[in-house]
Design a protein around this ligand. Sequence first.
Ligand code: SAH
Length: 238
Amino acid sequence: MKKLLEGAKKLGLELTPGHLEKFEVYYRELADWNRKINLTSVTVYEEVQITHFLDSLTVIAGFPSPQDKPLSIIDVGTGAGFPGIPLRIARSDIQLVLLEATAKKVEFLRHVTLKLELDGVEIVRGRAEDIAHDDRYREKFRVVVSRALAPLNVLVELTLPFCAVGGRLIAQKKGEIIGEINDASRAVNVLGGKIGEVRDITLDEFDDDRCLIIIDKVKTSPPQYPRRPGIPVKKPII
Ligand code: SAH
């Protein structure tokens, strides 16, 4: 886990041998389960350290400060656990909910979080469109994270309803983001958000430009959002 260790240092994170041992176990389980179910196309040891683990940890640069402890976070559409699980491994003060729609991925998440002995992690199987209407999760989180789920205008409908007023959505993005942000301006406003800042992530470890789009939750999301499953993607707010 040398690449991860070095990259994390540049983010201001000192990973301990205990952390690295957990990332090692996570890697092994990911590679092992990936033979049975499709979790990731990236399985080479060095690549996983950068593409999945380090990339997930960059989200810490977008955390609010001063931070509440514990910091409540939901990861929407977490897949094999990114970025939620690496964040929780590195930061034991995180209270984490992992939300994922696909049953087999949920099975992996349950297995790997047990294996990693992570406490303070709840795994929810379901679609954001449904779970966001459940009182236990609606507007309950200080931070909402999500990677590779949807274009920003769709993403805000699927994620901002989870965010408490005063909290924030941290979306990991790469490529042409100015256009994506412009296209999402109405959706952000409708869902009670306000574009906060765009933080560039510039580490030599990544061969492309990536950033964190931070959207502050400034008012309650109207109760009709998110719309029924599939509608946010089919008829995005424009
Ligand atoms: N965040 C992970 C996975 C990205 S793929 C990563 O970056 O590696 C998107 C994931 O979101 C898939 O696992 C898919 O099953 C899940 N997903 C898609 N739409 C969803 C929805 N509406 N609610 C919950 N999960 C969803």
